[in-house]
Design a protein around this ligand. Structure first.
Ligand SMILES: Nc1ncnc2c1ncn2[C@@H]1O[C@H](COP(=O)(O)OP(=O)(O)O)[C@@H](O)[C@H]1O
Ligand SMILES: [Mg+2]
Length: 232
């Protein structure tokens, strides 16, 4: 398992590095003389560097999690407000793909969670819904009162996931469409990290999907009771 991981990782790092090398070679060999080519190749190189940076950041998260060192820092958090803030920060990216993000705000819920980690979870799920969405698509974040817990649901009307892939999406580096994922800047580690974070909160994550129609991820968080909430 570990050998596989290192093999995958070497491959994932090599691909953008070779791309960057190619772009630089082109520039050295005269491409830099043409301002248009120069700008185009520099931008391509930058995109590949972003990809490597993202991969290394995800790797850092995975390492911390899997070496048993995920220290949670739980606090009462308004989960609806947190989701609204994350959606706001992703509007530009969503607009580029012509995807609408919306957060249901019928009711506010206070949960106990590590804000930064849950932000990572929601942000990963939303970015996936953009990356694997269709032009003109819509992603909705909804909240359901389950008594002691709140169920948070992120559902899209994107490309969907076939049953045979659905069982494997939480595996490190597993992607249904490698080139679509890479092109979008994906590392293949996002959902592995998401699952670890939710489970370290003592909660569960669940996915259902219909190929060609869309995907819904849902996870729970522990609610803070109103009385406690007033004291904090
Ligand atoms: N909302 C979604 N709709 C369709 N496919 C998805 C969705 N979220 C994840 N996937 C599939 O699961 C794979 C793994 O997701 P993830 O771990 O976030 O890695 P990455 O996005 O970097 O490829 C993706 O490559 C994609 O094939
Ligand atoms: Mg992802």
């Amino acid at each position: 398992f570990r050998k596989d991981f290192i093999g995958n990782l070497a491959h994932e790092l090599k691909t953008p590095l070779f791309n960057i090398q190619g772009f630089i070679m082109t520039l050295i060999e005269g491409g830099a003389d043409d301002p248009e080519i120069r700008d185009k190749f520099l931008r391509k190189a930058e995109k590949n560097i972003d990809r490597m940076t993202g991969l290394l950041e995800d790797l850092d998260s995975i390492y911390k999690i899997e070496s048993g060192g995920m220290n949670l820092d739980p606090h009462p958090t308004n989960i609806v407000e947190l989701c609204r803030d994350i959606v706001d920060s992703l509007h530009k990216k969503a607009d580029k793909s012509n995807i609408t993000l919306s957060v249901s705000d019928q009711e506010e819920f206070t949960v106990i969670c590590d804000v930064n980690k849950i932000e990572q979870v929601v942000s990963n799920l939303l970015v996936n819904s953009i990356n694997y969405g269709n032009d003109g698509g819509h992603t909705r974040v909804k909240f359901f009162d389950m008594g002691e817990k709140v169920l948070i649901e992120v559902s899209d009307d994107g490309i969907g996931i076939k049953k045979k892939d659905l069982m494997r999406i939480y595996e490190r580096f597993y992607r249904v469409d490698k080139s679509r994922s890479r092109n979008a800047g994906g590392s293949g580690l996002g959902l592995a990290i998401v699952k670890h974070i939710i489970e370290s909160h003592g909660q569960n994550i669940h996915v259902r999907s219909t190929y060609g129609q869309g995907t819904t991820f849902s996870f729970t968080l522990q609610k803070v009771e109103q009385e406690v909430n007033n004291l904090t």
